[in-house]
Write a protein that binds this ligand. Structure first.
Ligand code: EPS
Length: 405
């Protein structure tokens, strides 16, 4: 049968379906697969431009950072996360074809895992068991934050595209268990060095001690802790994202990517919720122009403040992107809450499985990488995604034209 007889409705099992986006558009995107105790986690990255030198070492570095941070559980002593790049490269460069990333699970034992009877409040156990008419185990294996290893791998790959344009993202903890660790002013490189020196991935290593004491106390009490993470992206040009259509606004895309990370319950950009409490004159960033500073992404436009967090009308404005996210405490409690046995429908304590006391530091790595991926998507969208060389030529042309605007 030729293509003229192909019936997409029949091909979709009789249900009318929309075609996957990759059939219609040249866009950068990814999906993940894999269970917490399955053979491995996978990320399939589609639409990654050709001609990017791809090195697995920085991806491995991010995977190992994701395993760290004070307060992590026993699983991280079993795993030594690293990436295997299965496709999409030739002689160390991307081909423009799909890139499949595999992160093996050393703790592969899914067939031996027991069923849980008592749904854990805060987890997907109850909703998933009802939705899929399924055992809790069938839900939690995929709902587990172990899946974020695949997202980190995809984001760390995307970051290798971003560095070709001088764009860098940095994620760090600004609050943990109610203790605030405000970042002091500094360059991205200085902040990176501070973060590397901190066991909780915050920007003030001297503040680690009280936070670690709190985590230790919480562990003894069978409880868990959440926190707030900030991600800063520098080197962004004008005009990533668009004002023209709601689903292509960059703030909306970032919010979706960040909110879709396990345990994230809130996201804000720039001043965020604080902007709601101030007058307009105390919120909006004045626009100045310095004719001697026209090189670089700001094209000479200076903003004395960055309360917008680098985004206006869903587009980047040449300023650093600043995004914060709230992470709830891990739902699995060693001293469990009230719940119900799904077999007997009798009251019982929630199930306990090995877990973390605090994974806020790990989440800072995850958010840095999911944000990097969204920025890379917007970059490909603006400058074309076939090859790095074409993107760079269009980047240069755009900056020449915008400087003349
Ligand atoms: C995680 C691995 C998991 C958990 C944790 C995150 O491993 P295991 O279930 O074998 O101990 O430690 O998962 C959760 C916090 C969760 O809520 O599911 C990881 O690699 O990040």
């Amino acid at each position: 049968d030729g293509p003229e007889t192909w019936d997409p409705v029949a091909a979709g099992g009789g249900r009318r379906r929309t075609l996957p986006k990759s059939f219609c558009e040249n866009m950068l995107q990814y999906w993940t697969a894999g269970e917490s105790h399955g053979k491995s986690l996978l990320a399939m990255v589609d639409g990654f431009p050709a001609g990017v030198a791809v090195d697995p070492a920085p991806i491995d570095l991010e995977l190992r950072r994701r395993q760290g941070g004070y307060g992590r559980g026993g699983r991280q002593r079993i795993e030594t996360d690293h990436v295997e790049i299965l496709s999409g490269l030739w002689r160390g460069q991307s081909l423009g074809s799909p890139i499949a990333l595999l992160v093996p699970n050393r703790d592969y034992k899914i067939e031996k895992m027991e069923e849980l009877q008592c749904a854990r409040p805060g987890h997907g156990d109850l909703s998933g068991a009802m939705k899929f008419l399924a055992p809790i185990r069938a839900i939690l294996e995929r709902a587990s934050a172990r899946e974020t290893a695949a997202r980190v791998a995809a984001g760390a790959l995307a970051a290798q595209l971003l560095v070709s344009f001088g764009i860098q993202a940095l994620g760090y903890v600004v609050e943990l268990g109610g203790i605030r660790i405000e970042p002091r002013p500094g360059t991205l490189a200085e902040h990176r060095a501070l973060r590397e020196a901190s066991e909780i991935y915050a920007l003030d290593p001297e503040q680690d001690a009280p936070v670690k004491t709190l985590i230790d106390r919480c562990q003894k009490e069978g409880d868990t802790l959440g926190g707030v993470i900030e991600v800063r992206v520098e080197g962004l040009p004008f005009g990533l994202g668009t004002h023209a259509q709601w689903d292509r606004k960059l703030d909306g895309k970032l919010a979706q990517a960040v909110m879709a990370v396990q345990a994230i319950k809130g996201v804000e950009i720039g001043l965020g919720f604080e902007a709601a409490r101030r007058r307009g004159s105390q919120v909006h960033d004045p626009i100045l122009y310095d004719p001697h500073q026209t090189q670089g992404p700001t094209l000479g436009f200076q903003r004395p403040t960055n309360n917008a967090g680098g985004l206006e009308a869903g587009m980047t404005n040449g300023q650093p992107l600043v995004l914060r996210a709230a992470m709830k405490p891990i739902s699995t409690l060693a001293r469990p809450l009230e719940s119900v046995n799904l077999q007997t429908r009798q009251a019982d304590k929630a199930a306990y499985e090995r877990s973390d006391v605090c994974a806020v530091s790990a989440a800072s790595v995850i958010l840095e990488n999911v944000v990097a991926f969204e920025i890379a998507c917007a970059l490909v969208d603006k400058f074309g995604g076939d090859s790095l060389a074409e993107m760079q030529a269009r980047w240069r042309l755009f900056h020449e034209m915008a400087a003349q605007r």
